[in-house]
Design a protein around this ligand. Structure first.
Ligand code: FAD
Length: 454
């Protein structure tokens, strides 16, 4: 039986911390925790670091990811993916993502996915993170102990050796990523629609869409990239999106075979797909580019942390459940952000709070703030699933964390470069990765990086 509130932690100390995941979030969390003097173990299911950036050619047995017995593939990268942020913006602050020489390196400003993987490997090597990672080990249970610590159960997932571990840690930092469990659009009539469905999680190459009529649902980065890639092979591509503005429907400028539509109204047993504006097409495939669900199958918190309509809550500053802070934390939940620097600041704050060098408000105050935040979302008419969407205030959030940690705010050039890129991405989706006008910002970034590269 767990007693609440959980016992307080002793002041100023080094803790034993388990980090779950060695993607971009787990790697920087491990670094910041160790910098603060904690003893860190990183659990990683795969045999390499990188998480999402570890491209996996294989796809899942269920292309829409609803069969719980399917083989789960972690990464959602497609073969042609290039970053949607310039490398200067994207990298950790402490380890700028600069172009490296070498036959296997991509020196472009918006490089291909394998270059991001190489960057993360470089970081893990240069910062001595490899020695903290247990590869091929999956965490399958994280439970509170009576003393308010965490019982972490893990197992080796491959090979004859079915090693199982049962250990106790002072704190757990969850960095398991949130781009693996597909979210699907709800489509009336889908049970009797005869075509194929696939989620972008299982999209790798366009070839299997040859000569097909595809309805692609979504409007985010993957939808923009994949629809254009498909137009080269598919017969027709129909993009259906919630954000389609009235009057913009019709052919996409510059393409003969891409059409824009509002949401799907209904699909029918004869293969037709009817949109809200009354247009109807006969389609072979529906491709869901509709995002992902937060999923923590290993986490047992006696109902303190829940996922409700994709809100992970209650969480103070998207990181700490007030009743379990700072012993349980999440790095990387926010979306529509620049992820790596945000992970870095979240991790720095967590590390300082765990050692007792920094302080949190009391659980009651944190909870009151979380409730105010939820009420403000509701007042704006935003559904729970937008809780971790930081699009309108990501840099404010970063700078708040930076001030708590006593480090400088996000660089002005980075904020400006992000804003410029977002604008260019909207106005020139085909060319924004190779043509730009923010050379002055790039030079400022290079100048700034000198202090880390010395
Ligand atoms: P992940 O990279 O998913 O890492 C999580 C790790 O946890 C994985 O290694 C996984 O194996 C491990 N794990 C999970 N569960 C367990 C367990 N139970 N036990 C042990 N290990 C476990 N960001 C950008 O900055 N720029 C981009 O251009 C960009 N493009 C993207 C394109 C796509 C298609 C997607 C899906 C994402 C993109 N992102 C981009 C966002 C990207 O996800 C983040 O940049 C970042 O890589 C996420 O890191 P993470 O560590 O939070 O999660």
């Amino acid at each position: 039986m767990i007693r609440f509130p959980i016992p307080p932690m002793s002041p100023i100390a080094s803790r034993n911390v388990a980090v779950i995941g060695a993607g971009a979030a787990g790697l920087i969390a491990a670094h910041e925790l160790r910098q603060e003097g904690h003893k860190v173990v990183v659990f990683e299911r795969e045999t390499q670091v990188g998480g999402t950036w570890l491209y996996m050619p294989d796809t899942e047995s269920d292309p829409i990811g609803i069969d719980p017995a399917r083989n789960v593939v972690h990464s959602s990268l497609y073969a042609s993916l290039r970053t949607n942020l310039p490398r200067e913006v994207m990298g950790y602050r402490v380890f700028p993502f600069v172009a490296k020489k070498g036959a296997d390196r991509d020196q472009r400003r918006f490089p291909c996915h394998s270059e991001v993987l190489e960057y993360l490997k470089d970081f893990a090597r240069d910062f001595g993170i490899y020695e903290l990672v247990r590869f091929g080990i999956e965490v399958n249970k994280v439970e509170l102990t009576e003393e308010g610590r965490w019982n972490v159960k893990s197992r080796r997932i491959e090979g004859k050796d079915q090693e199982k571990l049962d250990e106790v840690y002072d704190a757990v930092v969850v960095c398991n990523g949130h781009y693996t469990e597909p979210r699907l659009a709800e489509i009336p009539g889908i049970e009797s629609w005869p075509g194929r469905q696939i989620h972008s999680h299982n999209y790798r190459h366009p070839e299997r869409f040859q000569d097909q009529v595809v309805v692609l649902i979504g409007s985010a980065n993957s939808a923009a990239d994949i629809s254009r890639e498909l137009s080269g092979v598919a017969k027709e591509v129909h993009i259906s999106s919630r954000s389609m503005e009235d009057g913009n429907e019709g052919k996409l400028a510059g393409y003969d075979n891409i059409w824009l539509h509002p949401m799907i109204k209904r699909v029918h047993g004869d293969g037709s797909v009817a949109f809200l504006d009354g247009k109807v097409v006969s389609a072979d495939i529906i491709l869901h580019c509709t995002g992902y669900k937060y999923h923590f199958p290993f986490l047992e918190t006696n109902g303190i942390v829940t996922v409700d309509d994709n809100r992970v809550g209650p969480l103070y500053k998207h990181i700490f459940p007030p009743a379990l802070a700072p012993r349980l934390s999440f790095v990387g939940l926010p979306w529509k952000v620049v992820p790596f620097p945000l992970f870095e600041l979240q991790s720095k704050w967590i590390a300082g709070l765990l050692s007792g060098r920094l302080l949190l408000p009391c659980p009651k105050e944190m909870m009151a703030e979380v409730e105010d935040f939820y009420a403000s979302l509701e007042a704006y008419g935003l559904p729970k699933r937008y809780t971790h969407n930081l699009a309108d205030y990501q840099f404010e959030y970063d700078d708040w964390l930076a001030s708590k940690c006593g480090c400088p705010p996000i660089e002005e050039w980075r904020k400006q470069m992000y804003a410029d890129t977002s604008k260019r991405k909207r106005s020139h989706p085909e060319t924004y990765r190779d043509q730009w006008q923010d050379e002055h910002l790039r030079l400022q970034a290079e100048d700034d990086f000198l202090k880390y590269l010395a």
